[in-house]
Every structure is written in C-alpha cells, then in structure tokens.
Design a protein around this ligand. Structure first.
Ligand code: ZN
Length: 257
C-alpha cells in the first residue's frame, strides 16, 4: 500500500500498482490523523512507501474533515453531505479548480462565470461567523481560486502555465530564446509606436498587433495539441513581446486624450 498525504493532517491509502502509473485509484481509503512526529514515524516504516503529493490528485479520494463523508470531486470546495467548506487542494491544476477543459483556447466566458460563482460561495465575508478553521479554509480557497483565475485568464500566463504543467520551465527573462531578426522587427514596431503622431497611427499598430496575437494564439494552440512544447515556447516568447507592444499602444493612445 502507498500512503498519500492528501491534506495537512489526513492521509489516504492508495493501491501500489495504480500509484506507480501516477493515477491514484484508492483501493482503500481511511482517515488518519497525522501529527508531525507520527508522520515521521510512518515515513520510516520499512514496509511502506510514502508519497507526498507526487501523484495525480485527480483520482485520489478524500474525506470531509467535518463529517468524514467521502468527497465526490477533486478538488472539492464543499462537502456534499454536511455542506461545510473544505481545505484547498493545492496540488490540483488550475484547470481543474476552475472546471475548464485543459486547452490553450479555453472558453474565457465560462472561466469567468465559474470564477465568479466560486468567489461568491468561498468569499471570506461569508465566513465571519464561522469557526476559525472554516475562516482559514475560505481565505486559502479564495486566494487559490484568484491565483488560478489570474493565471488562466490571459493567454500568455495560461500558455506558460501549461508548459510548466508539461514539465517545461521558462527561465526568468526569455530574451535569449528570441530570434535576432524577430527582435529587430519588434524594435521597429516599438519605434513606430513612439513616433506615432496621431491616434489613427497608433490605432493601426494596435490593430496589427491584435491580429498578430490572434494568429499566435492559434499557432500556440496547435503546437500544444501536437505536443510540440519547444515550438509552443518559442511562440509564447513572441506573444510576450506583442503583448508588451499592445500595452505600449494603449499608453500612447492615452497620451492623445
Ligand atoms: Zn461533510
């Protein structure tokens, strides 16, 4: 048996064979209250291997901290039985948290709707009269949902996050990854924004940039679908530059007002 520490003080026993494949289908689940010393003691037990959040959380079953009822969904925000708020499932992907398809071209209207629904039910203001534990869970759940929403809303951060989920990391500062000819072209567009004399000139650059961003979105989506992570990364670097130009155009337009 594998033991997976699902949440801070509880553990779930998992089947060895399925855990090896990364899909934790529990053979048996039970609540175990693990204090720190107990956890250490367990982790030294020679006949058991302990996995700390290394498995996919999508399949692991957890129990409600309040009534012990088995939670139906992962991540579960509330218990279906007693309706009490649950602790955040930090390992869950932002796509799961916001119940979105795992795709770069996700439906941002659906994303926003789900975000607003969750924030309404998780907001700390709703828990001011509840126990300390519930207040803490509401604060951490609410913060997690905010983080997930901010990351998935913008294509650039969404794409970078998807690469991260696929095991690829973009270093701080991605300049080295950009092609010199591309950088030269971007420099020219930047200059054109600086030198724009009328709102129409700036708007034209803004339109071209948005068109370019739309093309890039399609190309990145296709690259991710094909599993071409390096190509997707290179396109995301381009997207980063065009996003900066889009911001610059907005600033320029505000100067004309
Ligand atoms: Zn419950």
């Amino acid at each position: 048996m594998f033991l997976r520490i699902g949440r801070s003080s509880r553990a779930v026993l998992l089947c060895r064979c399925s855990a090896a494949s990364g899909l934790c289908v529990p053979k048996a689940t039970r609540n175990v209250n693990l204090t720190a010393p107990k956890r250490r003691e367990l982790s030294y037990h020679p006949n058991e291997v302990f996995l700390f959040r290394t498995c996919s959380t999508s399949q692991a079953k957890l129990n409600c901290w309040n009534c012990k009822h088995l939670l139906d969904n992962v991540p579960a925000f509330f218990c279906n039985s007693c309706k009490v708020i649950q602790p955040p499932e930090e390992g869950a992907s932002y796509f799961k948290i916001l119940d979105c398809d795992y795709t770069f071209s996700l439906d941002t209207q659906k994303l926003q709707k789900r975000y607003l629904e969750l924030q309404r039910s998780l907001h700390p203001d709703n828990y001011s009269q509840r126990s300390v534990r519930e207040r803490e869970f509401s604060e951490s759940q609410s913060a997690l949902v905010n983080r997930a929403y901010r990351t998935l809303l913008k294509p650039l951060s969404r794409g970078l996050y998807m690469l991260q989920l696929e095991g690829m990391h973009l270093e701080e500062g991605t300049d080295s990854a950009a092609d010199p000819a591309f950088l030269m072209q971007l420099m020219e567009i930047n200059e054109a924004v600086d030198e724009a004399k009328t709102p129409e000139e700036a708007e034209k650059i803004g339109r071209d940039t948005r068109g370019k961003l739309t093309d890039l979105t399609e190309q990145i989506d296709a690259a991710l679908h094909r599993g071409e992570l390096h190509a997707a990364k290179a396109l995301l670097v381009q997207m980063k530059y065009y996003t900066n130009i889009e911001e610059k155009v907005k600033e320029k337009l505000s100067e004309f007002m």
